[in-house]
Every structure is written in C-alpha cells, then in structure tokens.
Design a protein around this ligand. Structure first.
Ligand code: CTP
Length: 395
C-alpha cells in the first residue's frame, strides 16, 4: 500500500464540488493513509461532517474554539500533524484568504501556521476562476511553493461550460501518490548547512555584520530534509524560525561558526556553506560600551576562512560554497571554487534587485569541471529544491 502511514489532512471549503471529497478520502483510506479533515462552516452546508467522519474514520474539525475541549493550540497541533494538506475543493474566497494570510477560521489558521506541503484543488465558477484577482492569487501562491491541481473544463453547477470544475478525486489521488513516491535523493545522508550572517563584536552592544537574511540557507536545509537527509543547520543570527525536523545550532561570530562546523564536518557527507561569515573582526573587543566622546579607530583582523580550514579534516565529503559578487562574477566564483577545493559554487550577483532578504533569487551554478548553469528568478524555496537535486547527483 503506497500511502501506508502517510498522514493527510483534507481541508474542505464551501463549494458544490465538496460532494466529491468523500470519494477522494475513500481512495486515500483504501491506500491506508491516515486521514483527518477540517471543514469550513460553508463546507458543512454542502456536505455533512458526519459523512466525512464516516469515510475518514476520524472526527472532523470545523470550529476554531469548539465548546467540548480546550483548543488553545489545537490549530498548531493540526498544522504540524500531517505529511500533506489537500484542500479540495478550494473556493476563490479560500485561495484569496491564503494568499493574504487571513486566518479567520480553523482551516485558514491551520494553513497559515503550517510548514507542510499544501496541495490545492480549486473549484469555482469560470468567471471566478478566470478573474484576474483569483489568477494573481494562484500565481502568487504557486511562486511560494503551494501546489495546485488545476481545475478541468466542463459543465459547472451553474449550468455554464468552462474552466473551474474541480479535478476528479482519482486525478487528485494519483497526484498525491506521485508526491509520496518521489525518490528521496538524499536518504541516509548527513547534511551540514550553514546560514545567515555572523556578528563580530566591537563592544558589548555593537557589532559588524552583513545583510544576509539566512533565507537561502534555511530553504536549503528544509529541502535537504525533504530529500531524506538528516540535516544540521548552523545558523548565524536570523529572524527566521527554526525549520521543523532539523537540528539547529545557533552561533554569533565567525569563530563560533567555525567551531560548530569543524566539530560536525567529520560526521557529515555534505557541507553546504550558504552562510555569510564576516571576513574581518575587530582586533580588540572593548569590554565597556564605547562612548560617543571616545575617539574611535577600529582596527580589524581577518577571520578564519571556514571552508579553507577544512582541508585536513576532509575525507570524501562533498562541499558546496556560495559566492556573492558585484563584478566579474563567474571568474571570481570559479577562483573561489578552486581556492577552497569545492565541488560546486553557487554564484549570487548583486544586481539591481539584491538577493538580500528577498524571497526570490536567481543564481549561476558552477561545477568543479568549470561547467556553468544559470537558473531563472524563482522563490528561494524552489531554488533550494533544484540546488539540492543537483547536489545529490554530484560525482
Ligand atoms: N566563507 C567561509 N569562511 C569565511 C568567509 C566565507 O567559509 N570566513 C565561505 C562562504 O560561506 C561561502 C564562500 O566561503 O560559501 C565564499 O564566500 P564569499 O564571502 O563570497 O567569499 P570570500 O572567500 O569571503 O572572499 P571575498 O569576500 O574576498 O569575495
């Protein structure tokens, strides 16, 4: 059975296609998936919770604050529980709410709170589906990594023939099956990822740092985990929340990052240095806060280059570096790849649109044989998946 032990939450919103959802749940259950369901209150106008409870063999949740139990973190528990969310049918209203981050009922709140994959099966009237606002919302969500199983063209409940008919339960089921059957390219691999900036203290309140947000490194860590790896993330200060299922080690300075990496590198199969360590650190860290009236000359000394320092420890780990360049990108990146004995380097160019803090990025991948590949501009989460697949096949 292909879905044995897989946990799936089926979200049902208020559309006539909800009458088909029990059939989807039946197909998932037949394949031994564990299915729970969240219905919006509009969905309960089209199909009863009792029907869904009967086919899913689990209680259905509708209310954010059910009377019969304390529901303080119910939405968080549900957000963490499944391997996959499937919203079928998804109305225009629900898609708009997800795209705007609105949490005004249990389902929209759980979807906002989850980091698990989400598959959306829209179902609505043709004009609502083709409405540029709905299309913009779908495009935006797709860019963020939400998956959509597009509706079909056909006869709709409103007697119109057009786009908007929810994909058939069998189509949704096969799509889900394919998701779970995807081969995990990094199973049994230990991956060490670094992310974010480092901070070099000047005095107890001031530091030197850079504009790295950590987004790319965190996305790589999550993508490596999704590809089956056991992942450790060494992170400099970042406002991002810890990715689930990953061991996170927090560091501040380049020296702390160096020690954290050095300790874990021997047990790792792959090192991805996406962090932006500082290249310089103050020669002297003042013990007391410098006063405005103090005359200030900041003398800096170079930090240790973490990648170069791993030479002696290296066995057959694959090492991937990053390069951020403003000019002569490919030449500089290739020189870094050679100097630091990397298997692959990912080049970010500082263009009009900076890669910092953005959710989107485009890169050039350079391999140690000099081969280069350019990617399109895409969400960092998507880019991370592509990079992880390339890293998994490095010879
Ligand atoms: N790196 C490192 N240790 C450092 C600085 C950088 O291991 N002290 C790693 C980065 O994580 C990245 C790669 O080296 O994977 C290249 O970093 P980058 O800042 O682009 O290059 P530098 O070697 O620091 O050279 P420069 O700043 O002169 O461009």
């Amino acid at each position: 059975m292909s879905l044995k032990n897989r946990k799936i939450i089926v979200g049902i919103t208020g559309g006539i296609a909800a009458y088909k959802t029990p059939n989807l749940i039946r197909l998932l259950k037949k394949d031994e998936a564990e299915v729970r369901s969240i219905m919006t209150s509009s969905a309960t106008k089209f199909i009863t919770a009792l029907t869904i409870e009967t086919v899913s063999q689990n209680p259905v949740s509708v209310e954010m604050f059910p009377e019969d139990r304390f529901a303080g973190t119910h939405h968080i528990d549900m957000a963490d529980w499944p391997d996959l969310f499937v919203i079928a049918p998804a109305t225009a209203n629900f898609i708009a709410k997800v795209a705007s981050g609105i949490c005004d009922d249990l389902l929209s709140t759980v979807i906002c709170a989850t980091r698990k994959p989400i598959l959306i099966a829209p179902a609505m009237n043709t004009n609502m589906y083709l409405n540029p606002i709905t299309q913009k919302n779908i495009k935006f969500l797709k860019e963020l990594g939400y998956q959509f199983i597009d509706p079909n063209e056909g006869e709709l409940a409103c007697n119109v023939v057009g786009w908007g008919r929810m994909a058939e339960p069998e189509e949704i089921y096969s799509y889900i099956l394919k998701q779970f059957q995807k081969k995990k390219s990094l199973s049994n691999k230990k991956v060490l990822v670094t992310a974010g900036p480092c901070r070099e203290a000047i005095d107890p309140v001031r530091y030197i740092s850079n504009r790295s947000s950590g987004k790319m490194g965190y996305a790589l860590a999550s993508a490596a985990k999704d590809a089956g790896a056991e992942v450790t993330l060494v992170s400099g200060p970042s406002s991002l929340s810890d990715p689930s299922g990953i061991k996170v080690i927090k560091v501040e300075s380049t020296d702390e990052m160096y020690h954290a990496v050095k300790e874990r590198f021997p047990q790792s199969d792959i090192l991805i240095m996406a962090a932006a360590p500082a290249d310089f650190t103050p020669e002297i860290v003042e013990k007391r806060k410098m006063k405005k009236s103090d005359s200030m000359v900041l003398r800096l000394k170079p930090t240790i280059d973490i990648l170069s320092s791993l030479r002696r420890q290296r066995k057959n780990q694959k090492i991937i570096g990053f390069a951020l360049e403003t000019d002569r990108g490919p030449e500089n990146a290739l020189a870094k790849l050679k100097a630091k004995a990397l298997d692959m380097i990912v080049l970010n160019m500082m263009e009009k649109q900076t890669p910092f803090d953005s959710d989107l990025n485009r890169v050039t991948i350079i391999y140690k044989n000099g081969k280069t590949e350019k990617t399109a501009l895409m969400p960092k989460t998507k880019l991370a998946e592509i990079l992880i697949e390339k890293i998994a096949t490095l010879k």
